[in-house]
Design a protein around this ligand. Structure first.
Ligand code: GLU
Length: 306
C-alpha cells in the first residue's frame, strides 16, 4: 500500500492555540502510525495579515513539539504561479467570471442564505455582457468567481461521518481570487494538497462545509480526493471555544509546560490517553488509532489552560 502523506496547514495570522496544535498532532500521528510523511504548509497568502515573524513562531513551536515537516515547509506566498495555472485550468473546465458586487450588495437583507446563516451568492454577475463588464471594470476591481453546478457532492469523513452538500443551494458560486488579487483559500488549498500528493487531511470542523467545493475543484483539476478527518470543536474546561486570542496561545503553553506535558494533555483531551500525563511523540505514534479519537466535543484539561 502507498504510504500516506498528511499535512498541517496553519494560517499564521496570529498565535496558534491548543486546538491548532491538536490538529497538527493528529495529522502527524495518523501518518506516522503507518510510516507515512508529514508536511507543513504555511498559508500566508494574505501577506497583510500574516507577517513573516508569525510564520517563524509557528514553525518554532512545531519544532519544539517535534511536529516537524519531513520536507521543507511550503509557503503559499511563493506559489502564486501554481495558483495562476490552476485558475487557467478552471477557466477551461467551468464558468469563471468577474464579480463586481460590493459587500453591501452581497449582504443585502434579501440575499439568499446558507444553512449556517452565511450569504449564498445570488449569481448577480454570472451572466454579465462584455460591455457591462467593461463599464463596471472602469469603476471597481472585480473578484473572480466560479459558477457551481446543481450537483450533490458526498464524502465520508473519518470522524464526522457521511456528509452531502448540494453545491448550488448550499455553497453557491464562490471566490477563486479576491478583488485585491489575492488567491482564495479554496483554490490554493486544492492546488497545494493536490500537487503535494496529500492523501489525508486533518483539520478543524469549521472547514467541514468547505470540503464539498474543494472535492469538486479536485475533480476539475484532476487530483484524487484525500481522506478527511474534521476535528470537533476544542473547548477549555468551561466549555469556551478556543481562539487565537493571547490567553489561548500555544506559545503561552510552551512557557508553562514541557513539550511532553502538552503532548500528553492534548492526547488525553482527544481520547488517545486514559489520563493526562506527560507523553512522548514516539509512544503516542505507537498507541494511535482514529477509533479512540472523540467525535463530538474535545475538552482540554483545566491544568493545561495557560
Ligand atoms: N489554514 C487553515 C487554518 O489555519 C487550514 C486549512 C486546511 O487545513 O485546509 O484554519
Amino acid at each position: 500500500m502507498e504510504k500516506p502523506i498528511g499535512r498541517f496547514a496553519p494560517t499564521p495570522s496570529g498565535e496558534l492555540h491548543a486546538g491548532n496544535l491538536l490538529c497538527a498532532l493528529l495529522a502527524y500521528l495518523s501518518v506516522k502510525r503507518r510510516g507515512g510523511k508529514f508536511l507543513v504548509r504555511i498559508e500566508d497568502l494574505d501577506g497583510a495579515r500574516c507577517p513573516a515573524s508569525a510564520s517563524q513562531r509557528v514553525l518554532e513551536m512545531l519544532r519544539r513539539l517535534g511536529l516537524e515537516s519531513d520536507e521543507p515547509p511550503l509557503w503559499q506566498s511563493k506559489r502564486l504561479a501554481a495558483y495562476g495555472k490552476a485558475e487557467e485550468t478552471l477557466r477551461r473546465k467551468a464558468t469563471v467570471y468577474p464579480c463586481f458586487c460590493t459587500r453591501a450588495e452581497l449582504h443585502a437583507a434579501e440575499a439568499p442564505r446558507q444553512h449556517d446563516g452565511g450569504v449564498l451568492y445570488a449569481g448577480t454577475c454570472r451572466n454579465l455582457l462584455p460591455e457591462q463588464i467593461q463599464a463596471l471594470s472602469a469603476k471597481r476591481k472585480p473578484c473572480v468567481r466560479i459558477a457551481v453546478p446543481a450537483m450533490r457532492i458526498s464524502f465520508t469523513d473519518g470522524l464526522a461521518g457521511r456528509i452531502t452538500q448540494n453545491l448550488a443551494t448550499e455553497c453557491g458560486d464562490f471566490i477563486l481570487r479576491r478583488s485585491d488579487g489575492v488567491y482564495a483559500y479554496q483554490l490554493a488549498v486544492v492546488a497545494d494538497d493536490g500537487e503535494s500528493g496529500i492523501t489525508e487531511i486533518v483539520r478543524g470542523i469549521d472547514l467541514l462545509t468547505s470540503t464539498p467545493r474543494q472535492i469538486w475543484l479536485q475533480r476539475l483539476l484532476g487530483f484524487a480526493t484525500p481522506t478527511y478527518y474534521h476535528i470537533p470543536l476544542v473547548c477549555d474546561a468551561d466549555g469556551r471555544k478556543l481562539s487565537k486570542r493571547e490567553g489561548d496561545s500555544a506559545a503561552r503553553l510552551l512557557e508553562r509546560y514541557t513539550p511532553e506535558q502538552i503532548l500528553g494533555a492534548l492526547a488525553y483531551a482527544c481520547g488517545l490517553l486514559p489520563q493526562a500525563r506527560p507523553a512522548t511523540l514516539a509512544e503516542l505514534v505507537d498507541g494511535f488509532a482514529w477509533s479512540k479519537v472523540h467525535k463530538d466535543r474535545i475538552v482540554l484539561p483545566e491544568r493545561f489552560i495557560g
